[in-house]
Design a protein around this ligand. Structure first.
Ligand SMILES: [Zn+2]
Length: 68
C-alpha cells in the first residue's frame, strides 16, 4: 500500500494524514468541514451586520467582495 508522497499532507489541526490529493486546505475532512462552517457563519453574521448598518445596497457590495 503506497501513497504518493508528493500528495501526502497532514491536517494542520490534528496531524491526521490527508489522503485526498485534491485537498488544498491542509485540513483533514473533519476540520475542513468545521472551517467551512465557521467561515460561512462569520460571513453570514458579517452580512447581517452590514445590512443592518448600511442597508441592502452595501450588503450587495459586501457580497461581491466575499464572492471574489
Ligand atoms: Zn484534523
Amino acid at each position: 500500500m503506497e501513497i504518493m508522497s508528493e500528495n501526502l499532507k497532514k491536517c494542520k489541526v490534528c496531524g491526521r494524514t490527508i489522503t485526498d490529493k485534491n485537498n488544498v486546505t491542509g485540513l483533514c475532512p473533519k476540520h475542513q468541514k468545521a472551517a467551512n462552517t465557521g467561515a460561512a457563519a462569520v460571513g453570514l453574521a458579517g452580512l447581517g451586520f452590514a445590512i443592518k448598518k448600511f442597508g441592502p445596497k452595501m450588503a450587495k457590495a459586501a457580497l461581491k467582495i466575499i464572492k471574489k
